[in-house]
Ligand binder design. Structure first.
Ligand code: HEM
Length: 405
């Protein structure tokens, strides 16, 4: 068995703009050199679907060690660094389970379905405002949707959206591994912290009396029982805004871009919400957003390779669904394919996305109504790409369309 650092591996330049705008030829070439592993500037990359699935499930061996990310970013002693090092994603074992179990009851498929009318109300209001323009940047439009839903879920006024959006946008670059973004990340952390502290103080002064339990009420009740500290509550609220923002917005924008090239599928989405479910799942396989970092906390033998303690691995689940060994005709967008939910968009293992049912419901409802109100979408300008590390996606998608009521 060879150690990972003794292997002759291809290099994936994942920090390069050229890679972010078209990773496919790099990945095809890498697969020829090694079936599942490559190097990158900050460690190693697992690029095969099955290997990602196996290894991301190894929580005892591979953990989210944010100290590695904080050190790459030079962020020791910053507010952003503190937030990241104490977040739900960084916690392990019992400390993680305690926080996750506080949230879990509010994030079941049933709860997500309960919020569908609210999601429809948020997207309808947005469409009423934006559709008359006939032409706009779809990414800018889409950015309002997840924040709007989140504000409604926790019972915050949607008037705060313009103030939060630029901070959430900045925060989305948390795992880009580019130090240049640190001042913006620090500023964003302070803005979001101030926002959630004010939100909690206002709610504590006037608790809901109508018997309705929004997410904030559930979290405050947990705090009342002494199961959640004040700082933990603020951090969780920030995390929820951040976790659901860039991911959902980028997923929606990537999906619109794919559907512009598949007008028949797009048209059918206007007719049929059930079909939208399939389109959304297929898009999660075909083109999605995240690269998940992990550090080996003990030696891990896998297949014929030893991954020694201290190794940093990256799992670009964003491209996992295009592995030709895992999916037949992987480069074809086909919502009618079998095993439609066979993708890794939401990760795997103990930290698998808690918001996945909300994300699914939100994007399905959004797509259904968008396709009804924005007919024949077409590109009217170029798009750029966001950094590949962290949360990938398109930067700008200028479109025109025919409005419909
Ligand atoms: C398309 C949209 C989304 C995508 C692609 C996505 C992706 C992910 C991924 C890949 C992880 C695992 C990260 C890791 O293991 O290191 C994750 C974790 C998480 N996500 Fe999402 N997410 C989405 C939407 C949301 C939404 C809407 C929410 C909440 C409202 C949310 C809340 C969370 C939480 C709380 C975790 C941490 C779970 C834990 O550490 O136990 N996500 N997400």
């Amino acid at each position: 068995m060879k150690r990972i650092d003794e292997l002759d591996l291809p290099n994936l330049p994942m920090e390069d703009a050229a890679f972010a705008s078209n990773p496919w030829p790099y990945l095809a070439a890498a697969r020829h050199r090694h079936p599942w592993l490559a190097r990158c500037s900050f460690g190693h990359v697992v690029h095969q679907f099955d290997a990602m699935k196996d290894l991301l499930g190894q929580d005892a061996y591979l953990q989210t060690r944010i100290d590695r990310v904080i050190s790459i970013m030079g962020a020791e002693g910053t507010q952003w660094g503190r937030f990241q090092s104490e977040s739900i994603l960084t916690r392990q074992g019992l400390a993680h389970q305690r926080i996750r179990s506080v949230l879990a009851p509010a994030f079941t498929p049933r709860q997500a379905n309960r919020h569908r009318p609210l999601m429809r109300a948020v997207i309808t209001e947005l469409l009423d405002e934006w559709v008359p323009k006939r032409e706009f940047d779809f990414e800018a439009f889409a950015s309002n949707f997840p924040i709007g839903v989140m504000c409604s879920l926790i019972g915050a006024s949607r008037a705060v959206i313009p103030q939060l959006r630029s901070s959430l946008e900045a925060f989305g670059l948390s795992f880009s591994l580019d130090k240049e973004h640190l001042p913006a990340l620090e500023n964003a952390t302070n803005v979001l912290d101030e926002f959630v502290q004010k939100l909690v103080a206002e709610r504590q002064a006037a608790r809901r009396q109508d018997g309705e339990e929004d997410l904030l009420e559930i979290l405050l009740q947990t705090q009342d029982r002494g199961e959640l500290g004040a700082r933990e509550l603020y951090d969780l609220l920030i995390f929820l805004f951040v976790a659901g923002y860039d991911t959902s917005k980028n997923a929606l924008t990537l999906m619109m871009s794919v559907l512009i090239d598949n007008p028949g599928i797009y048209a059918q989405c206007a007719e049929d919400l059930e079909y939208c479910r399939k389109v959304v799942e297929e898009n999660f396989r075909y083109l999605t957003t995240s690269t998940i970092p992990r550090v080996a906390v003990q030696d891990l033998p896998y297949r014929d390779v030893l991954i020694p303690e201290g190794s940093t691995l990256f799992f670009p689940v964003s491209i996992a669904g295009r592995d030709p060994g895992a999916h037949q005709d992987a480069d074809r967008f086909d919502p009618d394919r079998e095993e439609i939910r066979r993708h890794l968009t939401f990760g795997m293992g103990g930290h698998i996305c808690l918001g996945q049912f909300i994300a699914r419901a939100q994007i399905q409802e959004g797509l259904h109504l968008i396709a009804q109100r924005m007919k024949n979408p077409r590109r009217v300008g170029p798009s750029r790409w966001r950094p590949f590390y962290g949360v990938w996606g398109m930067r700008g998608l200028p479109i025109a369309f025919d409005p419909a009521n």
